[in-house]
Design a protein around this ligand. Structure first.
Ligand code: RIB
Length: 299
């Protein structure tokens, strides 16, 4: 099995539930508050590890109570954290509003901004021991660009989740093996605004996770739509991260591209049936059982 390394963010997620998001200048009364471990990088690492992947996480946390909780969480989920460093900034935070089965997220990067090029250069040799490297954009983009470049030079599989979205340079796009945006991000990261054209320009490279419309990509000049699995949605936070972690797990096991997407699509569907980004992430048995059931119904 190929080894996976996620280099990215870890946050403490602070959730509020409300029936209505306040308008500018308005105050509304919410329903509840909770905390959970999150951060796109950490979520993707844990999604892969829960499925049985061999996973390491590289990043930075603060020397505070949230940092300690995130450390314990990685350990409890069998993610290697030999290169997760503590620094003198606050641990990253995400303030997440849940409303009408969807979410809105504001992140305060804190320690995640300390995942600098200098830090990456210091551990470059260790990074290149892995086969599959995953990044998001919750750490400085110049670090991500550097990682993508060294991965390309060393023939590694480099997966980019361009979130939060910003325009990507031609070099960065070129150096990615897979780019996995959602329906909002895909329109921010490329000059081109026609989604079909983007998918056609980057066959088997850009994989669009399109919420309840499913997943879209281009293969052999055809745009394929893998419909979203029908499930009872509790919380969509982390669904995209589960997709990416599961996709990486599937390709780490040399599963064929189309199958890897179906597998990841099933894992992401299962993840939204529970509250919290990581809480609903499934194990391998759960994904396989659900996938078999659905495939049987289709026949
Ligand atoms: O993708 C969901 C994640 O985005 C949350 O866990 C939050 O930390 C933000 O990074």
């Amino acid at each position: 099995m190929k080894r996976i390394c996620v280099i990215g963010s870890c946050n403490m997620d602070l959730f509020y539930n409300t029936n209505r998001i306040p308008k500018q200048g308005e105050t509304v009364i919410g329903n509840s508050f909770s905390e959970a471990c999150g951060g796109k990088g950490a979520n993707q690492a844990i999604a892969s590890a829960k499925l049985g992947g061999i996973v390491s996480f590289i990043g930075k946390i603060g020397n505070d109570i949230y940092g300690e909780k995130l450390l314990d969480n990685f350990k409890n989920n069998n993610v290697n954290i030999n290169n997760l460093e503590t620094c003198n900034k606050n641990t990253g935070l995400a303030i997440i509003g849940r409303c009408n089965n969807d979410n809105r997220i504001v992140i305060i990067p804190g320690a995640n901004n300390e995942v600098t090029i200098d830090f990456i250069k210091k551990i470059e040799d260790k990074i290149l021991e892995f086969d599959i490297i995953i990044c998001q954009l919750e750490i400085p983009i110049n670090s991500v660009e550097y990682i993508a470049k060294i991965c390309k030079e060393s023939n590694k599989i480099f997966i980019l989740n361009p979130a939060p979205a910003q325009k990507l340079s031609k070099n960065l796009i070129e150096n990615c093996t897979y780019i996995i945006p959602n329906e909002i991000e895909i329109l921010e990261i490329f000059e081109e605004k026609n989604v079909e054209k983007i998918l056609q320009e980057y066959p088997q490279k850009v994989i669009l996770t399109n919420g309840n419309k499913g997943v879209e990509y281009c293969i052999n000049n055809n745009i394929v739509n893998v419909p979203a699995r029908k499930v009872e949605v509790q919380d969509t936070t982390g669904a995209g991260d589960t997709f990416i972690g599961a996709f990486a797990y599937a390709i780490s096991n040399a599963l064929e591209f189309n199958y890897a997407i179906e597998f990841a699509n099933t894992a992401a569907a299962l993840s939204v049936t529970k509250m919290g980004a990581q809480n609903g992430m499934p194990n391998l048995k759960q994904v396989e059982e659900t996938k078999n059931e659905i495939d049987k119904k289709r026949r």
